[in-house]
Ligand binder design. Structure first.
Ligand SMILES: *Cc1c(COP(=O)(O)O)cnc(C)c1O
Length: 391
């Protein structure tokens, strides 16, 4: 059976499950055992070998979701990112990374790589030629994030994959923001796909996990390091994640629809200056997003008009919580300059176009009318505090 040919919701619901032979239950039984009798000496089942029944089943589901030959799941998104990167880098090697990176990945590279003798370059922009411009003789990996955090810029996957192939590099993407529902980078020639499963795969703000998907050959290499690094995921969390992914298709599609409506509403609003959402026709990368994404995702950013106080606005929201993380069924906002990108200095933030008043919005599955009402009430409150000077 060709799993790739199945529709997204069928993969989410059915592919990669532990069959309950004993009781014929509808869902995967949970095997918490850390010790398994030898079936034969070649198969040693152990949680840190990433091969318990629940782990193996979920890896099949994630591989099918990403149109990959194989996948592995990890204890966090950063365990997935670090293991995938390190599997293809050694002392003396170089990696080219997109400048606008998830904060944790930026920290991993800038705080840790030097001591392993690995050098790195950040691109100046997100165009394919910006990546190629940084390729050196010792470059081994090109690392992409699209849509990017927090401004939702889009990188051309096909073009970057072609550059990687031309220079015989491994191309990697952090596909967290899109989720496998909206974007399958392997279809465009990208080699390794990484997810923080803490986000859309988990979707309920109650799971911390990561995933990597690629060819069998690449995954063998990543597995070898993963076993030594030891970042495996507890079987209980694996089981919860399997349950969460069953509804990922319908969750993410609902979030796509809500985010588009919210983006259009904000774009038309006189209190809002800028809205960053790849689904808007006004977004500079809209056509590219249409060409490589199936939906535009549940993440957007916006800036209030300059006379309105962004942090007072966030505090005035009631339904939409101001909090870390993203991609849950509940809507949340945060201020990148004060949270996710607070560790960058002001110059670097400016270079990336992240203004102090920028608000990142993770749109949930609530009714759009209720989200709009919450925003209207908060804006009213913030407008009331403006001190108008009369001459
Ligand atoms: C959250 C996140 C990560 C890191 O995942 P953790 O599960 O927190 O370790 C990596 N990349 C992106 C884009 C993220 O949003």
């Amino acid at each position: 059976m060709n799993q790739v040919k199945k529709g997204i919701n069928t993969i989410c619901t059915h592919v990669g499950e532990v069959v309950d032979e004993q009781f014929k239950g509808a869902i995967s039984p949970l095997y918490m055992s850390t010790s398994y009798a030898f079936e034969d000496v070649a198969i040693k089942r152990y949680p840190r070998y990433f091969n318990t029944p629940n782990q193996e089943a979920l890896c099949l589901k994630i591989a099918a979701l990403e149109h990959a030959e194989a996948a592995l799941i990890f204890g966090s998104g950063m365990a997935a990112v670090s293991t995938a990167m390190m599997a293809f880098l050694r002392a003396g090697d170089h990696i080219v990374l997109q400048r606008t990176l998830y904060g944790g990945t930026y920290n991993l590279v800038t705080e840790e790589f030097e001591k392993y003798g690995i050098s790195y370059s950040f691109t100046d922009g997100q165009r394919p030629e910006d990546f190629e411009a940084k390729v050196q003789e010792n470059t081994k990996v090109i690392y992409v994030e699209t849509p990017s955090n927090p401004l939702l810029t889009i990188t051309d996957l096909k073009a970057v994959a072609a550059i990687a192939q031309k220079h015989r590099l491994v191309s990697m993407i952090d596909n967290t923001f899109a989720s496998p529902v909206n974007q399958n980078p392997i279809d465009f020639g990208i080699d390794v796909v990484i997810h923080s499963a803490t986000k859309y795969m988990g979707g309920h703000s109650d799971i911390c996990a990561g995933a990597v998907a690629s060819t069998k050959e690449n995954m063998e290499r990543i597995f070898h390091l993963a076993k030594n690094f030891g970042g495996s995921l507890s079987d209980y969390t694996v089981w919860l994640l399997e349950r969460s992914i069953k509804t990922m298709g319908i969750r993410v599609r609902a979030q796509n629809a809500n985010a588009l409506q919210m983006a259009e509403y904000l774009y038309a609003h006189e209190d809002i200056q800028n809205v960053y959402y790849p689904g808007l026709k006004s977004h500079p990368d809209h056509e590219l997003a249409k060409a490589q994404m199936k939906g535009f995702g549940g993440m957007l950013s916006f800036e209030l008009q300059e006379n309105l106080n962004a942090s007072a606005f966030q505090k005035a929201l009631q339904l939409i919580k101001s909090s870390m993380s993203l991609a849950g069924v509940e809507s949340t906002v945060l201020s990148p300059s004060q949270t996710s990108h607070a560790l960058l200095d002001a110059d670097e933030r400016e270079r990336q176009g992240i203004k102090d008043g920028l608000i990142r919005f993770s749109v949930g599955i609530e009714e759009v009318e209720d989200l709009i009402e919450d925003i209207e009430r908060a804006l009213e409150k913030v407008r009331a505090t403006i001190v108008t000077t009369t001459h």
